[in-house]
Design a protein around this ligand. Structure first.
Ligand SMILES: [Zn+2]
Length: 158
């Protein structure tokens, strides 16, 4: 039995929410922050003193540029860490809160997000990536609650 557009959107929404929970974004962001911090350290505490120590070269503007670049790299690293902490914040979860209660568990834990499905059509990879359906998916955040609903706004072109 082929999946309906609603099923596809709900599947996508659930896997999106899982990747949020796994903290994949957090890890990637912190790695990037570490790279910028390392670059900043390199520029400020290694490359700049090295060039400065070469006293006979008139490199004042270069060392100033390195200072600015190093400080900027540290600033970017700091912003990334702040951003990562914000992403890790339990309030920055998948989707937006929806007023009302869940019809299954009765709790106020519904969240909604726009989802666009893009995928290969089953059994027809030669057709290329199928322009999938788009719609709004509502999921319940209560652990163990299976409530999921989708409203298709743009049906898949078949
Ligand atoms: Zn529920």
């Amino acid at each position: 039995m082929p999946k309906t557009d609603e099923d596809l959107l709900i599947d996508d929404a659930i896997s999106q929410r899982k990747s949020h929970k796994r903290g994949y974004n957090l890890f990637a962001t912190l790695s990037l922050a570490a790279i910028f911090a390392a670059a900043g350290w390199f520029l400020l505490f290694w490359l700049r003193p090295l060039i400065k120590s070469v006293w006979f070269l008139p490199l004042g503007t270069v060392t100033t540029g390195l200072l600015v670049a190093g400080v900027a790299a540290f600033a970017i690293a700091g912003l990334l860490v702040v951003g990562a902490l914000f992403v890790a914040n339990p309030f920055a979860r998948w989707g937006d809160g929806v007023p009302g209660t869940c019809p299954l568990c009765g709790k106020r834990s519904l969240r909604q997000e726009k989802v666009e499905h893009a995928g290969w059509e089953d059994g027809h990879p030669e057709a290329g990536i199928k322009k999938g359906p788009r719609g709004l998916v509502t999921l319940c955040e209560t652990p163990g609650c299976q409530y999921a609903a989708a409203t298709v706004t743009t049906p898949s072109s078949s």
